[in-house]
Each structure stands twice: as structure tokens, then as C-alpha cells.
Design a protein around this ligand. Structure first.
Ligand SMILES: [Cu+2]
Length: 396
């Protein structure tokens, strides 16, 4: 086979497509659960290979079935023609296939709503989360109504107005009324949705900076989140990126007296029904602060401190009871693929009662560690040393 013929060969391309499909399937396949003692890693690999192979085979089988049905119909049509009978009505057949496709598609849409729809978002555990869900539901109902009406119309029209030698197609070059309807109706619906979204967003973001909001700082860096809580003053000290050192990872400026009682924490504790102001920062690349249960998501952008206010409404203990999962935890994730170990950027979030929160916060360690104190003293001493000779020089 010549080279030109070889690269034009459909069979070669089909095989290549199958190999690429298999490869992609294998590369993208992820084990659903981490390897445990009961199901070691080797078993996971076998499941992955079997899963990928199964779908490739299923796809090939479907192609073969379609090809065979097509060939059988073709042979049937040719036989009828040889016998001098009327040839097969391909237009009618296509019209029926359109109806079958409509029914199968609607069943598929129903299946994806009932099976996958329940996986979209967990129960909202914050005040504004309920409003966001309402907005989501309204948008879904409107778009799905349009989806079902248009799909049913599209395929039933294809069936109803299939080609017929007894009928001539109606030529409709332009109709202003139709143009107006399909421009104005979606414009009104979209305007309502956008205005609805705008007011909800305003309500969430433009709250008064009331006293008593709990300020928590969350700083993203490759690849972890750092938490900082204010001390008794309720205020977080100023940060300056130029002050970042191994012992002062956030670059806290100790010229600001609010900094001295700041606390560091490993788990994010939130008192229930308390307004939380999450101050979001990033140190290197863009991260995204994502807490799905609270419907909180905001990018963490280097050099652009931002915040998100929310009020958690369900304690971790309550949620464990509701879900009947004794080890359930709320989580803070990074929702921006920020590098190789992006998946590692998660923190446990615990919503507790006010008294539990007070007890927990009293046990947290100050950010100003002994090592950092030592660092700061060393810095002061060296500064003094460098200043003294200059003064002497000036005096001379
Ligand atoms: Cu990240």
C-alpha cells in the first residue's frame, strides 16, 4: 500500500480513533475511592482497565449494531426492487427514527435529572445558600421548560412534515411577527433572571460592615490554605508581602498592634448562626476558595485581597445526624487548578455552637511564635547596628 493510500485509509483512521479513545479513557480514569486495605491499589488498576475496556467494547458494539441494521435495510430494499415491489420509504423511516430519538432523548434527560441531578450540590448550610438554590431552581425550571417544548416541537415537526411527493414545501423567507416573538420573549425572561441574580448578589455581598462579624483570614498558596483568627480585639493585623519569612509565612506586620494577638489554626471552626467575614488572599497564583455546603466560592487573587460574608446555619453535628454519616465534615477546597498538588488544598471546616467555639478558640496558639519573636529581635538589633555608625559619621 502506497503512503498516500495508507494515510487516506478509513480503516487506519478508525483504528487510530479507537486507540485514542482507549488511551484517553485510561488516562482520565480515576479511582472513585482511595485504595484501602480491603481494596488494594492493584485491584483499583484492574477495575480501571476493565472499566475502560468495557466502554470501548460497548461503543464498538453499538457501531456494529447500527452498521448491521443499516446493511439489512439496504439489502431488504434492493430485494424489494428486484422483485419489482415499491422501494423502501427512507423518508418515512428517518421520520420514525426522529421520533424514537426524541423519546430516547427525553428519557435520557429524565434519567440524568433524577440520577445525576441529586449529585449536583449538597444541602445548603448557610443563609444565602438557600437563596442561591432558589435562583438555581427558578433558572432550571425556565430553561428546562424551553428545552422540552423546543425539542418536542423540533422532532414532531420533523416527523409530521417529512418529505411527501403529494406536498410542496411552504417557502417562508421572513416574518416580522415571529422575529419579534423570539427576540422579545427570551429578552424579558433573561432580564428577569439577571435582575433576580443581581439583587441576590447585592444582598450577599453588600452587607453593612457590622461590628461583631467574625473576621477569619484564609490565605492560599501552592499547595495549602493558611488560617488566621483575630485575638480578643476581633481585628486582624495588617499584612505586607515583603515581610514574608519562613517563620512569618503570611508576612504579618508587627508595627500594627492588632497583629500581636492573632491566632493560627489548623481547622476552620465557625460558630453557628454567626456572620462570618472570610478575608481571602493568595500568595502565588490564583486559587479559589470553595465551600460547597455554604455556597461560598470566590477567587483568591495575589495582590487583591477580597472577602465573602456568610452565616452558617447547620452545625457539623446536626449535619452528621441529618445525613446519618458520623464522620461527615464540611470542607474548604481550592476550586482552581493551581498546580500539580492542587488536590491537596483542602481544610476541614467545623460548624459548632457558640460555647464550643469559645472553648476551641481559647486553645489556639498565637501566630507570634517564640521563633518569630526571636527573628524580629534579631532584625531590630541588626537595624540598630547599621544605624549607629551613620550617626557617628554625621556627627563627625
Ligand atoms: Cu489552589
Amino acid at each position: 500500500m502506497g503512503f498516500k493510500k495508507f494515510i487516506k485509509s478509513k480503516k487506519i483512521f478508525s483504528l487510530l480513533a479507537v486507540f485514542m479513545l482507549t488511551g484517553t479513557n485510561l488516562l482520565m480514569a480515576q479511582a472513585t475511592a482511595p485504595a484501602t486495605a480491603a481494596a488494594p491499589a492493584a485491584d483499583d488498576k484492574t477495575i480501571m482497565w476493565m472499566g475502560a475496556g468495557y466502554y470501548v467494547l460497548l461503543f464498538l458494539l453499538l457501531c456494529v449494531v447500527i452498521a448491521i441494521v443499516g446493511k439489512i435495510l439496504k439489502v431488504y430494499d434492493l430485494t424489494r426492487q428486484i422483485q419489482g415491489k415499491k422501494e423502501l420509504n427512507w423518508n418515512g423511516l428517518m421520520a420514525v427514527i426522529c421520533l424514537v430519538f426524541l423519546v430516547a432523548g427525553l428519557c435520557g434527560a429524565y434519567w440524568s435529572f433524577t440520577v445525576q441531578g441529586s449529585m449536583t450540590l449538597p444541602e445548603a448550610a448557610s443563609v444565602h445558600g438557600v437563596k442561591i438554590d432558589e435562583m438555581f431552581d427558578v433558572t432550571t425550571v425556565i430553561t428546562m421548560t424551553v428545552f422540552f417544548i423546543t425539542q418536542i416541537l423540533l422532532f414532531t415537526f420533523l416527523f409530521r412534515y417529512r418529505h411527501s411527493s403529494k406536498r410542496r414545501a411552504h417557502y417562508l423567507p421572513h416574518n416580522n411577527t415571529i422575529e419579534k416573538i423570539w427576540t422579545i420573549v427570551p429578552a424579558i425572561v433573561l432580564t428577569v433572571l439577571v435582575v433576580f441574580g443581581f439583587f441576590t448578589w447585592q444582598e450577599i455581598m453588600n452587607t453593612d460592615p457590622a461590628k461583631g462579624d467574625l473576621n477569619i483570614e484564609v490565605t492560599g498558596h501552592q499547595f495549602a490554605w493558611e488560617l488566621r483568627y483575630p485575638g480578643k480585639d476581633g481585628r486582624l493585623g495588617v499584612i505586607d508581602y515583603r515581610l514574608v519569612t519562613p517563620n512569618n509565612r503570611l508576612g504579618i506586620d508587627y508595627k500594627d498592634k492588632n497583629s500581636f494577638d492573632d491566632l493560627q489554626a489548623d481547622t476552620m471552626y465557625l460558630p453557628v448562626n454567626h456572620v462570618i467575614r472570610l478575608n481571602i488572599r493568595a500568595q502565588d497564583v490564583i486559587h479559589s476558595c470553595y465551600m460547597p455546603h455554604f455556597r461560598v466560592q470566590l477567587n483568591a487573587v495575589p495582590g487583591l485581597p477580597t472577602f465573602f460574608k456568610f452565616t452558617p446555619t447547620i452545625t457539623t453535628a446536626d449535619m452528621r445526624n441529618r445525613l446519618d454519616q458520623p464522620d461527615f465534615e464540611y470542607m474548604l477546597y481550592c476550586n482552581k487548578i493551581c498546580g500539580g498538588i492542587h488536590y491537596n488544598m483542602k481544610k476541614i471546616v467545623r460548624v459548632v455552637t457558640e460555647s464550643e467555639y469559645q472553648e476551641w478558640i481559647s486553645r489556639q496558639k498565637p501566630y507570634l511564635t517564640d521563633a518569630l519573636k526571636k527573628d524580629l529581635n534579631i532584625a531590630n538589633a541588626s537595624q540598630q547596628k547599621s544605624v549607629t555608625p551613620n550617626r557617628l559619621a554625621l556627627n563627625n
